[in-house]
Structure formats: structure tokens, C-alpha cells
Design a protein around this ligand. Structure first.
Ligand SMILES: *Cc1c(COP(=O)(O)O)cnc(C)c1O
Length: 377
């Protein structure tokens, strides 16, 4: 059997161990320390928008804290893009609130501004104005932020940007994660850079960041004994994990470039295969990190399905994966309201994510190309 080609696997840069060793040498083996501070600074510099970043244990934890800071409480409603990973929506349930799911639009596969407006007006007319809007930059593709922010401003609803997949992406030259009242990042094992597991909350002022740090370290009041006036969480990033993050930040730009080259490889590969569309930026305003390269297979034109391709790749030990199954189709969210048509559903039926790692070799690409060309010939 040929060796496994993964969809997206960790890609260390070489500098990580230096920071981890420093943490060991100084005995900073705790959920605070110089690497945590350094990693936050590195992220703030990279995002380049005068933001304050809190390093946390996961992107999911960052979303949970963002919702708490937006005052989301039991019985509230929160708008969320339907086509996404479940971690975008689960924190709404942690708060005892109800998600209201929104369809995608065809250009970016992200939240449809038309369905968003319809949802806000309909929920408000039922006496429940949504408390927050969670918009996702799927696979690194920036959402239609101009339209979405305009609607959010009009109805005065805070936007939380799930940029877990979009570190290094920009829209109109501005980095993803810095548009909303809050942004969240993830450094899980399969993301564009990884700390093995981790996340961050992007804030726009020191007060919001301080509150996130306070809540993420068990909400301890200022007293010599352990005194608590709030429910706290254990969500802070450890100094060991942050050391990996500092090393990864040294190579982030290279990782973005390598992922974008994988996207170019698929554009070239599918150029002469009718009925397959490679997911690409709709215009110059969008710059995707192309965390995952994805395609949509038109069965009517190709006579083939995405599931057929997935199985053909698997025969040569090549991993691929259907697009995210929309949240409004998930059993666990069956009762949640949904606004839109069937854009997300059709993408799910016909879309496939292909191997996209920054560490794939020429030999890996040859194997992928051969399987795909054989499949469609
Ligand atoms: C990975 C991911 C998350 C969750 O991040 P974790 O760090 O794994 O908790 C949230 N949203 C999206 C869209 C993701 O891809």
C-alpha cells in the first residue's frame, strides 16, 4: 500500500522546540508565561489591525467566551451560518441559547446576506431580536463582509467572526478575524498552523481581552484568597502549547503560500475536466489562504459523483472529505429555525475537499493527479 496522503496534516517549521525548551528550562509549565505573551504579540502583529488577542485552549472556547461577552443568555437566539463545522454552533447551546441557521450563497459558500436580513426581520417580528451573528470564512474563503456588516450595523447586532479556518486570508486587504466585534482563531491539529490544540479570541480593546482572560482562568476576583463573583472557565492556553505557536508563526506566510499553490495545482488539473468547479475567489477583493482546496462535481455533466471520486482516491490511500454537512440538517439541531434555500445542501451533496496540506510532495501530487484523471477519463 502507498503511504497515506492526508487532507491536512501538521507541518512543523523547526523553530517550535526552541520555545518549548525555553519553557521547560524556566519551568514555565503553566497556563501563562512568556510564550503565551509572545504568541499573543505575534498574532496581534500579524493581524495588523490594532487588535488585542487572548490565547485560549481552543477555537471553540474562544467562541463560547465571545458569546458570553456579547451577553448571550439562556433563551436568547443567535444567528449562525449553517454550512460550517459543528464547533461554530455548539457554543450557542452551551449558553442555553437557540441557533438560527442561515443558508450559504454561491460565490463564497458563506453566509447569504439576503437570507440573513430575512431572518433578522422575521425573528424580530416574532419578538426575538438575535443577540449575535456568527459568520464563518469557510475553508479560508472570506465571507461577504461588506454586506453582512452593513446589515448587522443597521439592526445593531454584534458580529462574531469564526476565522478558525482563515488565518492569513484577507478581504479588501483587511485580515479575516478583525472585522467583527470579536474574531476567533483555531490552532487545532489540521488547521493552517497548529499548536496541537488551541485557539484565540481577537478583541478590539483591552477591556474585552481582559474579560476573556479573567473568564478563561476561573474568574478569580482580586483577593489573596479564592473569591468568585462570576462563573469561570478553564480555557487559557498553556505556555508549552504557546511555544509551538510562536514557532509556527515564523512560517505562517510560507504555509499560506504553499496552500495557495495546492489550489493552483487543482485549478490546472481540472482545467480540461468539464463539470468540475474548483472553489476559487469570486473577485480581487477576496484573498483566501485556501486552507482546504475543494471542488464541486456536476453529475449531469461528468456522469460521476463526489462520493465516487472519494472512494477512488481512497483506493490509493488518499484522503478526501465531503464538505461540511449543514447544521440545519444535523439531527442534534433538527428543531432550530432555518432561513434560506438549498445552496448549502447542494454544495454538501456535490462538494469534496481534496488533500491540501502545505507539506505534500511532488510525488504526492503525481499520485493525486493520476487518480483524478483516471477517474474522470
Ligand atoms: C476548527 C474549527 C473550529 C473549532 O476550533 P477548535 O480549536 O478545534 O476548537 C470552529 N469553527 C470552525 C469553522 C473550525 O473549522
Amino acid at each position: 500500500m502507498n503511504s497515506k496522503i492526508w487532507l491536512s496534516s501538521p507541518h512543523m517549521g523547526g523553530g517550535e522546540q526552541k520555545y518549548v525548551n525555553e519553557a521547560f528550562d524556566a519551568n514555565w509549565v503553566a497556563p501563562l508565561g512568556p510564550n503565551v505573551d509572545g504568541f499573543e504579540k505575534d498574532l496581534e502583529t500579524f493581524l495588523n489591525e490594532d487588535v488585542k488577542v487572548a490565547a485560549l485552549s481552543a477555537g471553540t472556547a474562544a467562541l463560547h467566551l465571545a458569546l458570553i461577552e456579547c451577553d448571550v443568555k439562556h433563551g436568547d437566539e443567535v444567528i449562525c451560518q449553517s454550512m460550517t463545522f459543528s464547533a461554530s454552533a455548539n457554543p450557542i447551546a452551551y449558553c442555553g441559547a437557540t441557533p438560527v441557521f442561515i443558508d450559504s450563497e454561491k460565490d463564497t459558500w458563506n453566509m447569504c446576506p439576503v437570507a440573513l436580513k430575512e431572518a433578522i426581520e422575521d425573528r424580530a417580528s416574532k419578538g426575538k431580536k438575535p443577540k449575535a451573528i456568527i459568520v464563518v470564512h469557510l475553508y479560508g474563503m472570506p465571507a461577504k463582509m461588506t454586506e453582512i456588516l452593513e446589515i448587522a450595523d443597521k439592526y445593531d447586532i454584534p458580529v462574531i467572526e469564526d476565522a478558525a479556518e482563515a488565518l492569513g486570508s484577507t478581504y479588501n486587504g483587511k485580515t479575516c478575524g478583525t472585522f467583527g466585534r470579536f474574531g476567533i482563531l483555531s490552532f487545532n491539529g489540521n488547521k493552517i498552523i497548529t499548536t496541537s490544540g488551541g485557539g484565540a479570541l481577537v478583541c478590539h480593546n483591552q477591556e474585552d481581552k481582559d474579560k476573556a482572560v479573567f473568564l478563561s482562568t476561573q474568574a478569580r476576583d482580586n483577593a489573596p484568597h479564592y473569591q468568585h463573583s462570576h462563573i469561570g472557565y478553564n480555557y487559557r492556553m498553556s505556555n508549552i502549547v504557546a511555544g509551538i505557536g510562536r514557532g509556527q508563526m515564523e512560517v505562517l506566510k510560507d504555509r499560506v503560500e504553499a496552500r495557495r499553490k495546492m489550489h493552483d495545482f487543482y485549478v490546472e488539473l481540472f482545467k480540461n475536466i468539464d463539470g468540475v468547479e474548483v472553489f476559487s475567489e469570486p473577485s480581487e477583493e477576496y484573498f483566501s489562504n485556501h486552507w482546504l482546496s475543494a471542488i464541486v462535481v456536476d453529475e449531469k455533466v461528468t456522469g460521476k459523483t463526489r462520493e465516487g471520486l472519494r472512494l477512488a482516491l481512497l483506493e490509493d490511500n488518499i484522503e478526501s472529505r465531503p464538505l461540511w454537512k449543514p447544521m440545519h440538517l444535523q439531527p442534534v439541531f433538527a428543531d432550530a429555525p432555518y432561513y434560506g434555500k438549498k445552496v448549502a445542501e447542494e454544495l454538501f451533496d456535490n462538494g469534496l475537499c481534496l488533500p491540501s496540506g502545505s507539506n505534500l510532495s511532488d510525488n504526492d501530487r503525481e499520485r493525486i493527479e493520476k487518480r483524478i484523471k483516471d477517474f474522470f477519463s
